[in-house]
Write a protein that binds this ligand. Structure first.
Ligand SMILES: N[C@@H](CCC(=O)N[C@@H](CS)C(=O)NCC(=O)O)C(=O)O
Length: 197
């Protein structure tokens, strides 16, 4: 099988597997042990020693959201991935926004929930700061179902992957009701991927 996705289903590898499933692209899931991430064999795949690791034939990639952009463009142009430059730019914009403006503010809450990080006060302070960017997304989603265009796409998948940290970290985002409803729509697909309507 050409595509290999490395990393526990409890890690950011899950968002890449979600994307591959949405696209109907077969892949091999390599559930690499956490204590193997800094070993030379895995560093050859992801030199950061983090998951996900990803290969498609001779290509190795790291950064989960970038991997999803690659997968969606290669295997899903016209479906998960847009066909025009402007919408592609919007996909880049929202993906980078999720990675830089949202995910860093929510990750500590997830780590506290899983007992990996103990500074609950720091996690709470950062999660509180996520309100500002999440209200930007809430405003964008008022009156629309999906982030770019009229159907579920890779922008939704990438942004939902980051915003879902609020759910896993039990961060209350009820101040952003459009985001909550959109996140429910997106995460419901994880159990029924490929149902692009
Ligand atoms: N920005 C990276 C983050 C990768 C990352 O931090 N992965 C975590 C698991 S979700 C990991 O491998 N942690 C182990 C470590 O840092 O040693 C991405 O999205 O791929």
């Amino acid at each position: 099988m050409a595509i290999k996705i490395y990393g526990s289903a409890m890690s950011r590898a899950s968002r890449v597997m979600w994307c591959a499933k949405e696209l109907g692209v077969p892949f091999e899931h390599v559930d690499i042990a956490w204590d193997s991430l800094k070993k030379p064999e895995f560093l050859a795949i992801n030199p950061n020693g983090k998951v996900p690791g990803f290969t498609d034939g001779n290509l190795s990639l790291f950064e989960s959201l970038a991997i999803n952009l690659y997968l969606a463009k290669k295997y899903g142009t016209g479906e998960l991935y847009p066909t025009n430059l402007e919408d592609e730019a919007r996909v880049f914009q929202w993906t980078l926004w999720a990675a830089t403006e949202v995910e860093p503010l929510l990750i500590e809450s997830v780590l506290v929930k899983f007992g990996i990080f103990s500074d609950a006060a720091s996690a709470k302070a950062k999660a509180d700061r996520a309100k500002t960017p999440l209200l930007v997304l809430d405003n964008h989603l008022a009156g629309r179902e999906y982030i770019v265009g009229s159907k579920f796409g890779v922008a939704d998948l990438n942004v939902a992957a980051a915003v879902s940290f609020a759910r896993y970290g039990e961060v209350d985002i009820s101040y952003a009701p459009h985001v909550v409803a959109w996140l429910d729509r997106c995460l419901a697909r994880q159990h029924n991927p490929g149902a692009n309507a």
